[in-house]
Structure formats: C-alpha cells, structure tokens
Design a protein around this ligand. Structure first.
Ligand SMILES: [Zn+2]
Length: 400
C-alpha cells in the first residue's frame, strides 16, 4: 500500500536537519571554536535524528574544507562540504542497519573460533569508528569498547580527530565499566559520542563525565507538514495516524512502515483482548467475566499468534515491534482513563480502545507495562522468544 521508505541518506547540510535548531547550532558553534566536548551524550527519542546528527558532526570535525556559516553577530558555525574524501567516507555510514547486517553476515562466514571473538564494528573512515549493539543480544560488548580504547590512544591517521560513536546505551556491565575509564581522561584528539534514547540507562558515573545535548520531539503539525512534502503518496488519514505514532521524531515519521506497524499492533491487540476477556474486573464492578464475543477472549487466536514468534534475529525484531505497539496501546488506554482522548495516538482504533479502557483497570495497565519491560530485557539476554511471549500472555491474563 505504501511505498517502502528510501534508504537513509544524510542531509546535504545542517540547515536540512529537521528540528532542534538551537541544539544543532550550539554544537556547530562548539566545533567552529574547537570546543566540541570530548565526551558527549546525544539523547532523544528513536527517529529524532541522533545518528544522522552524529555523522554530520563527525563530518564537520573532519571535513578537509572546514566551511563556516557566519552570523551577523560574528558567530561562526561549523559546516561540512559533503564532497571531500573525509566527508564522503563518513557519509557512507548513513545506512547503519544495512552495514550492521553485512557485518553480521561476514561474521557468520568466519571459523567458529574466530566468530566468538569478532564484534560488529563499522569503520567508514580510518579515524571514525561506530559501535552498534552487537547482535543477537544487541548489547555493546567489552570487545567493542576495548577496540575503542586501543584506537583512542593512537593519533588520528588522516583526519584532525578520532571519533567514536556508540549507537546505544545497552551495554554489558564490563563494557560500561571499561568505557568509564577512557571517559575519565579522554585523549585530546578523541571525541566519543554516545547516542541515548534514555540516558538514565547509562551509569551515573558515565553521565557525569559527558556533556549532554537533547534532541526534543517535533510538534504534530510540523511532522504532518513534513509528511505532506516528503511522502505525498500517503493518504491523509494514514498521514494523521503516522504523525501521531511517530511521537515527534522526524526520521521515524518519514520511514514509518504503517503496514508493519499495523501487523504488530494486531498481535498486541490479541494479547490485550485476551487479558481483557480473562476474569479481570474494575474494582467495584460486579465480578463477572466479560463475554468472549464482546472483547474477543480467544485462546486459539493467542496460540496461533505467539507461535509465529520464533527465536533468532527475525523473531527478536518482530517481538520488539510487537512490544512497541503494545506499549503505545497501553499509553492510549491510560490517556482514555485520564480523560484526555484527544491525545490518543492510535486514532483509527479509538472506539475499540474506549471499550477496552472500560474493562481493564489501571492496575492491570501498570502491571502489563512492567511485564512488557521484562520481556524486552529478556530479549536482550537472548531468551527463547516464543516461550517468553506465552508466559507474557499468561501473566497479562492474571494466571499464576
Ligand atoms: Zn568535506
């Protein structure tokens, strides 16, 4: 129905970076003045442009031509040419997902003994190293941080600085402790940028050693405007839905795969309806089970659904999408409970969500949200996906 979004490319210059102008300008000013912090946490929701901005900052630091935008007040903002040998190599890392997938396939081809010790690292330029969470556990591992530390102690090979980008805060404990050591005294020629959806997941000792810049959510009308110009093929009702579901993140809105989301959400709804159909009642309400035809208490549908979630990288991505849709639905139920239906994101499901909100007590939503977090952290520890999803469903329905 929707065309698949195009592969990511970097904006041509900082003026094309969407939103968060003050934050971007402060970073550009710092680079122009040679004051970019050696350790920086770039935080913001998924799709806010953290990775894109990190690459653009790297280009601005390393660009051979060092272009500047001059303001009338004399302030100088760093830019990048996008064409020199440093810029083009860094920009080649724009499609991180594809590069990580290729690195994982290359690792699969190694001998067993080498495979175990090989960590996924992306190096678009001799002086720029990107550390993504290592599959399948999707944690940044000690081996990756060790490589960072080892290379940080060499002078840059070709560009003015060495830049390291950690694309996640999900780290093995040993990796985090090891990172802390280099953050205590980063070499002068090194910049370490940590991308964080939730900086609170980082050790407080790591946070206290880093400067922090936050990319905030864009307003709903800005996101809708962006979709009108960049993805005009999307019909208005779906556009309105995508704008709400992308939660103010421009990148997420532009690359939103509504079909995939709708599929994940349908599965999440099965879980919620299953729980709603089980003997749970609002406090004070007559204690009786809601009839199955009304809310869809359906063991078979549940079983068929959880069975499609398998172990492995695909299953992990699928479960993550399910959990994400699940938590958006829970948030909507809370918004309805709180009497703010105008803030509901899944606007196409509002009547159905209103019915469910009447059945499911607040305490259940809290418990469900906590249970979903546990499944997510179970995923990180690489448990059997299908098994934990069944346990999750049982937990939601209040089984012992
Ligand atoms: Zn350049």
């Amino acid at each position: 129905m929707n065309n698949p979004p195009a592969a990511p490319t970097l904006p041509a210059d900082f003026n094309d970076f969407l939103g968060n102008t003050p934050a971007v300008e402060s970073l550009r000013t710092a680079i122009a003045a040679g004051r970019l912090p050696h350790s920086l946490i770039l935080s913001g929701p998924s799709g806010a442009g953290k990775y894109t901005l990190a690459l653009m900052l790297a280009m601005a630091v390393e660009c051979e031509r060092q272009p500047r935008d001059l303001w009338s007040n004399g302030q100088s903002l760093a830019g990048f040419c996008g064409r020199c040998h440093n810029c083009t190599r860094i920009a080649s890392a724009a499609n991180l997902e594809e590069l990580v997938a290729a690195a994982v396939i290359a690792r699969e081809d190694l001998r067993e003994t080498d495979k175990k010790d090989t960590r996924v690292l992306i190096q678009p330029h001799p002086d720029v190293l990107i550390l993504p969470p290592d599959p399948p556990q999707l944690l940044i591992k000690l081996g990756q941080v060790r490589t960072l530390i080892q290379r940080a102690h060499y002078l840059p090979a070709e560009a003015p600085r060495r830049i390291f980008i950690l694309t996640s805060t999900n780290m093995m404990k040993e990796a985090a402790n090891s990172l802390l050591k280099i953050l205590e005294e980063p070499p002068d020629t090194v910049h370490i940028i940590i991308l964080a959806e939730n900086p609170g997941e980082l050790l407080p000792t790591i946070r206290s050693r880093c400067a922090s810049v936050r990319l905030g959510a864009l307003p709903l009308d800005e996101i809708e405007g962006l979709l009108i110009t960049r993805r005009p093929e999307i019909p208005p009702p779906q556009r309105a839905l995508i704008a709400r579901l992308s939660q103010g993140a421009a990148g997420r809105a532009l690359s939103f795969d509504l079909d995939a989301y709708t599929a994940a959400r349908a599965d999440a709804l099965i879980l919620i309806k299953y729980a709603a159909g089980a003997p749970i009642t609002k406090p004070g309400a007559p204690s009786q089970t809601v009839s199955s035809s009304e809310v869809g208490y359906d063991h078979t549908a549940l079983f068929k659904m959880t069975e499609t979630y398998r172990a492995g990288a695909d299953g992990q991505a699928k479960t993550t999408a399910l959990l994400r849709a699940f938590s958006l639905l829970l948030e909507d139920l809370l918004l309805l409970d709180a009497g703010t239906p105008e803030l509901v994101r899944n606007i196409d499901l509002r009547p159905e969500l209103e019915r469910l909100a009447q059945t499911l007590p607040f305490a259940w939503i809290e418990r469900a949200s906590h249970a979903a977090d546990q499944v997510q952290s179970g995923l990180r520890r690489n448990l059997l996906r299908s098994l934990s999803l069944d346990a999750f469903a049982a937990q939601l329905a209040g089984a012992p």
